[in-house]
Unconditional design. Structure first.
Length: 588
C-alpha cells in the first residue's frame, strides 16, 4: 500500500463525532432507521426534500435559526433564517403553480451563487418539479444542449446571462415555455418573452402546502462533470434526502450549532447535495459565497464566519498550497473542526499540508453524480491514511470487482489487488437513470452491483485507495498504472503545483507515461528542472512506473468543477479531436 504515515484522529473531543464508533454503528445501521431522523410530509403524504430542508425547521424550534448566510462578491451580506427561507421558497413554488408548471416538469436555473438560485431549487422541490442546475459560466452551446436534452419547461436566470447567452438560442428549445429573469440588483426587468421573477415573487402568496410526494418522485436532474466524455444527465428522487441527511451527519459530522461552508457551485452535484440540501436538512447554518476562489478571501471567510466544518476540493487545496502554510496561520481559525475534500483524488501531500497549515488534515471522501451523496469517507474519529478515500458509509456496501469475459462479476477479496470499484444498489440517493439513455444506465449494473467506472484497491483494514478512472489507466510494459500514484509523487517535489499524467502509445511498451506539470510561483520551466523531476520520480516510483516524458504547462485543463481533464491532455498530445469540451474551465 502506498501509505507510510497514519494521521491519528484526536482522542479527546470537545464535540464527540456522530460516527464515533464506525464498526458498531455500521453493523446496526439500516436505511429505514435513518429515515426516522426525518419527519415526512404531514398526514403520511410521503417524503419531500424541501419539507425536510426547510418547512420542518421553519415550523419548529429552529424557525429563527440562520439557515443561509449569503456573502455577495462585493461585500453585501444577506441572512436567511429558516422562517424567511420558508416564505421565499413558498412564494417560488406558488409562482411555478401559477404558471402551470407541474409535477416532474424541468426547472433549470442558470445563475451564479445568488440567493435566488437556492430559493428556486427548494421552491422547485416543493412544487414537485425537477430542479436542474447549470454552471453560470457555461457558454450558449452547452446551455442549449442541456436545456434541450432535459426538455426544459422553465429557465430561471439573470437579465445579463439571458442577454449574453440565452436570447440567441432560445428559439432552438421549443419545450421552453417560461423564462423568469432576475434583474440587476433585483430591479424590475422587462424583456419581451420573459417574466420578471422579483415581481412574480412579490405577488405570490408566502404560504404553500407541499402536495403528496412519493419518495420515488423525480427531484433532480444533474449533469455529470464531463471529465471522461459527454456529460450524462443523472436523475435523482426525493428520497435521496435520506442519504443527504445521513451523510451530512456521519461524513461531515454536522452538529446543531455548526457553521458549514461548502465551496462548490450547485452546477456541480456537490454544490447541490451539500451546498443546498444536507446542511439544511440538518438544521445548521450554511455559508454561500458568491465570489470565486481567492485564498486570502477564503481564509477571511473561515475566520469571520467562524466556520466549523469546511468542504472543498483538491484543486482549491493545491492552489492554497501554492500560497504556503504561513499565510493560513495568520488567521484565527480555531473554530474549524473538520476539513473535507471531494471531486478528485486528494494527494497525500495535500492531506499532510492540511495538518501543517490548519493543524488538522483534510478528510478525503469519494462519490459521484450518480451516487447522489458521499459513499466512502475519512471520518472525524478515524485515523487517516493519507492518499486513501477512507471507508464506506454505514449502509453502503463497496467492493473491488473484476468483470470477467463472460460478463459476470468476480469480487476480489485479496487485499491490495486492483479492480473496479462497485457498490451494492439500494441506497436512497442512487441515481434512477440517465435522462433519455436507458441503455447506458443498464450498462452500469451487472451481477447485482453498480459499477462505478473507477479503479481502486482495498487494504487489509478495509480502507479504499483510488487508482484512476478506468478510462485513464495506463498500460505500460505489462503494468497497469493509475495516474494518481504518479501525479502524487510529482507534486511532492517543491517546484510542482499540479500534475496530470497520461499514457502515450508506444510500439514497444504499449504505452509510455507522459506527465504534464504546472509549477509553483517562483519556478521556471527548464531542461534542468525537467531532468530533475524525471530523476525524482524515478527514484520514488521505479523505472517502470515513472514518467518517461515531462512537459510544462502554465495550468492544466480542468472541468468547471476543478477536475484535471486527462482525456484532453491526451487528445492534444496525440493530435486527436478534443471531444466534448462544454465543461472545460475557461471555455464558453
Ligand atoms: P463524467 O462522468 O462526465 O466523466 P465525472 O465523473 O468527473 O464526469 P462527477 O460525477 O462530478 O463527474 O465525478 C465523479 C468522479 O470524480 C468519480 O467517479 C471519481 O472518478 C472522481 N472522484 C470524486 N471524488 C474522488 C476522490 N475522493 N478520489 C478520487 N476520485 C474522486
Ligand atoms: Mg463519471
Amino acid at each position: 500500500m502506498p501509505w507510510t504515515t497514519i494521521i491519528k484522529s484526536r482522542r479527546e473531543w470537545e464535540t464527540v463525532p456522530n460516527l464515533h464508533d464506525y464498526e458498531s454503528i455500521r453493523v446496526h445501521f439500516t436505511w429505514e432507521q435513518a429515515r426516522q431522523d426525518l419527519e415526512g410530509l404531514p398526514r403520511n403524504q410521503g417524503l419531500n426534500i424541501a419539507h425536510e430542508a426547510v418547512d420542518r425547521h421553519a415550523n419548529g424550534a429552529r424557525a429563527a435559526h440562520l439557515a443561509i448566510r449569503w456573502l455577495g462578491k462585493n461585500g453585501t451580506v444577506e441572512d436567511y433564517s429558516y422562517n424567511r427561507l420558508n416564505e421565499l421558497t413558498n412564494r417560488f413554488a406558488n409562482v411555478l403553480q401559477r404558471l402551470g408548471v407541474g409535477r416532474g416538469d424541468r426547472v433549470f436555473v442558470l445563475a451564479g451563487r445568488i440567493p435566488e438560485l437556492y430559493i428556486a431549487a427548494l421552491g422547485t422541490f416543493k412544487n414537485r418539479s425537477m430542479f436542474c442546475p447549470l454552471f453560470s459560466a457555461f457558454g450558449p452551446e452547452p446551455i442549449r444542449a442541456r436545456l434541450s436534452i432535459g426538455q426544459a419547461k422553465v429557465l430561471v436566470t439573470t437579465t445579463s446571462l439571458y442577454q449574453r447567452k440565452v436570447a440567441a438560442i432560445r428559439a432552438a428549445i421549443p419545450s421552453l415555455e417560461q423564462i423568469l429573469l432576475i434583474g440587476e440588483d433585483r430591479q424590475p426587468t422587462a424583456i419581451a418573452g420573459t417574466q420578471d421573477l422579483t415581481a412574480l415573487m412579490q405577488q405570490a402568496s408566502p404560504s404553500f402546502a407541499i402536495g403528496p410526494t412519493d419518495p420515488e418522485d423525480m427531484a433532480l436532474l444533474h449533469f455529470t462533470s464531463g471529465t471522461t466524455g459527454t456529460p450524462k444527465g443523472a436523475m435523482h428522487v426525493h428520497q435521496a434526502v435520506v442519504a443527504h441527511h445521513m451523510t451530512g451527519k456521519y461524513a461531515l459530522d454536522f452538529h446543531k450549532d455548526d457553521v458549514f461552508w461548502c465551496t462548490a457551485d450547485p452546477g456541480w452535484v456537490t454544490g447541490t447535495s451539500y451546498g443546498i440540501i444536507a446542511p439544511l436538512t440538518n438544521g445548521i447554518t450554511s455559508i454561500v459565497d458568491e465570489g470565486d476562489f481567492d485564498a486570502e478571501r477564503w481564509y477571511r471567510i473561515l475566520q469571520e464566519e467562524r466556520v466549523t466544518v469546511w468542504y472543498t476540493a483538491p484543486t482549491a487545496i493545491r492552489m492554497m498550497m501554492k500560497g504556503g502554510a504561513e499565510l493560513v496561520r495568520k488567521y484565527d481559525l480555531r473554530h474549524l473542526r473538520l476539513l473535507a475534500s471531494v471531486g478528485e483524488p486528494l494527494n497525500p501531500e495535500a492531506v499532510v499540508w492540511g495538518q501543517e497549515a490548519f493543524g488538522q488534515p483534510f478528510h478525503d471522501n469519494w462519490w459521484q453524480t450518480e451516487t447522489g451523496g458521499i459513499m466512502i469517507a475519512n471520518y472525524a474519529a478515524m485515523d487517516i491514511r493519507p492518499g486513501s478515500m477512507g471507508r464506506p458509509l454505514p449502509g453502503i456496501e463497496a467492493a473491488i470487482v473484476h468483470r470477467t469475459e463472460a460478463g459476470t462479476i468476480d469480487v476480489i477479496t485479496k487485499p491490495g489487488e486492483q479492480g473496479e470499484l462497485a457498490l451494492r444498489p439500494g441506497w436512497p440517493s442512487m441515481f434512477r437513470g440517465y435522462w433519455n439513455e436507458p441503455e447506458r444506465y443498464q450498462k452500469c449494473f451487472a451481477g447485482g452491483w453498480y459499477l462505478t467506472g473507477d479503479l481502486a484497491k482495498k487494504d487489509e483494514d478495509g480502507y479504499f485507495w483510488f487508482v484512476g478512472r478506468a478510462d485513464d489507466v495506463i498500460k505500460t510494459s505489462g503494468h497497469l498504472i493509475g495516474p494518481f500514484e504518479v501525479e502524487s509523487v510529482l507534486i511532492e517535489h517543491k517546484a510542482v503545483a499540479e500534475a496530470g499524467v497520461i499514457g502515450k502509445p508506444d510500439p514497444v511498451a504499449m504505452e509510455v507515461i507522459k506527465a504534464f506539470v504546472s509549477l509553483k510561483d517562483g519556478y521556471e520551466p527548464s531542461d534542468e528542472l525537467r531532468r530533475e523531476l524525471l530523476g525524482f520520480a524515478r527514484a520514488r516510483l521505479g523505472a517502470a512506473v515513472a514518467p518517461k516524458e515531462i512537459a510544462f504547462l502554465p495550468t492544466l485543463p480542468k472541468t468547471r468543477s476543478g477536475k484535471i481533464m486527462r482525456r484532453l491532455l491526451k487528445a492534444r498530445e496525440l493530435g486527436l479531436p478534443e471531444g466534448d469540451t462544454s465543461t472545460l474551465e475557461g471555455a464558453s
